[in-house]
Design a protein around this ligand. Structure first.
Ligand code: ZN
Length: 315
């Protein structure tokens, strides 16, 4: 990285002279093109890095589009990439293997999104937390199930991460700091507009209860005053007990749920079984843990909102 930054500065001042003298070795950085090398653990972190960095940053997303990112395992090759990266963008608590690789191989060059937006406990709907239904739909709180990492599903929380990430990238490469800040301001504006759009779209709905595949939509539910009832835990691997399934079924029926949501990277079997049992339909709700098949973060968030508007009968 030092070489890259040096080269960028030199390019404005002395590169011509150095090239003439044959003394420069610019362009031999990790990416070989003078760009900052950023390694991201999963899609939303890779997406915001790309948006901030534009053509000044080379971003590698360690989680492929068909991999469930909670389960990411680090290969020796990826470990080398992490060790060589100018910055590793991660969300501590979401991908333990990535967290460990950064701690062991590149701990001074890690950007932890959870340092900016501290994680809250997993989402629990009012019925299960013993709270008063009139006091809200549920809450994110510590009940022993661990911290909820899915902060990117609240655009305002993601916007806060964007601002801090741009600042960090600007510290690594001051010559592009202004550019990073400008791109970040634009992205934050888009995220704030998306937040308003979602609030408006989900403001007036017949139902506010959503049954999701795993407990990923807590920050989303909290922000837009929905009540999330999750079949699986904070990770899709935390599968429900028969008692838990019966409880989800009971809450879904009591709240006249019309649709049980499934995800692209998790087997829809449990969602389909539950939907059959309570006479509901199924539909996809993407927690955006991996790159969507089409479009990007914004278009997929809007597709999610459309699916919710249909399921919750919003006007
Ligand atoms: Zn998840």
């Amino acid at each position: 990285m030092i070489m890259i930054v040096m080269c960028k500065k030199l390019s404005a001042l002395l590169l011509g002279a150095l090239l003439a003298s044959g003394l420069t070795s610019c362009g031999i950085g990790q990416s070989g093109d003078g760009k900052l090398d950023v390694v991201a653990g999963f899609y939303p972190m890779a997406y915001i890095s790309e948006q901030i960095g534009e053509n000044s940053i080379e971003v590698s997303n360690l989680t492929g589009p068909t991999t469930e990112p909670h389960d990411l395992e680090i290969t020796p090759r990826q470990r080398t990439r992490i060790a060589d990266a100018d910055l590793a963008v991660f969300l501590k608590g979401f991908q333990p293997a990535f967290d460990a690789a950064i701690a062991n191989h590149n701990k001074d060059r890690g950007f932890n999104a959870a340092d900016i937006e501290p994680l809250l406990g997993g989402y629990v709907p009012v019925e299960e937390s013993g709270g008063n239904p009139e006091g809200g739909h549920g809450k994110l709180h510590d009940d022993g199930q661990g911290k909820d990492p899915h902060i990117w599903l609240n655009p305002i929380r993601l916007a806060n991460v964007v601002a801090a990430l741009a600042k960090r990238l600007g510290q690594i490469d001051p010559s592009d700091a202004l550019k990073f800040n400008r791109a970040a301001a634009q992205l934050r504006g888009k995220l704030q507009a998306l937040d308003t759009e979602i609030s408006d779209a989900l403001h007036d709905c017949t139902s506010r209860t959503i049954v999701t595949s795993h407990n990923a939509f807590g920050y989303f539910a909290e922000r837009y005053k929905l009540k999330q009832v999750a079949i699986n835990g904070l990770s899709p691997e935390q599968e429900p007990s028969p008692e838990r399934l019966a409880e989800v079924s009971r809450i879904a029926q009591a709240n006249h749920v019309s649709t049980v949501f499934f995800e692209n990277l998790v087997s829809p079997k449990l969602s389909e079984t539950l939907a059959r049992e309570i006479g509901a339909k199924t539909a996809k709700l993407d927690p955006l843990e991996s790159k969507p098949g089409h479009g990007d973060y914004f278009s997929q968030m809007r597709a999610n909102v459309q699916a919710l508007r249909t399921a919750l009968q919003c006007s």
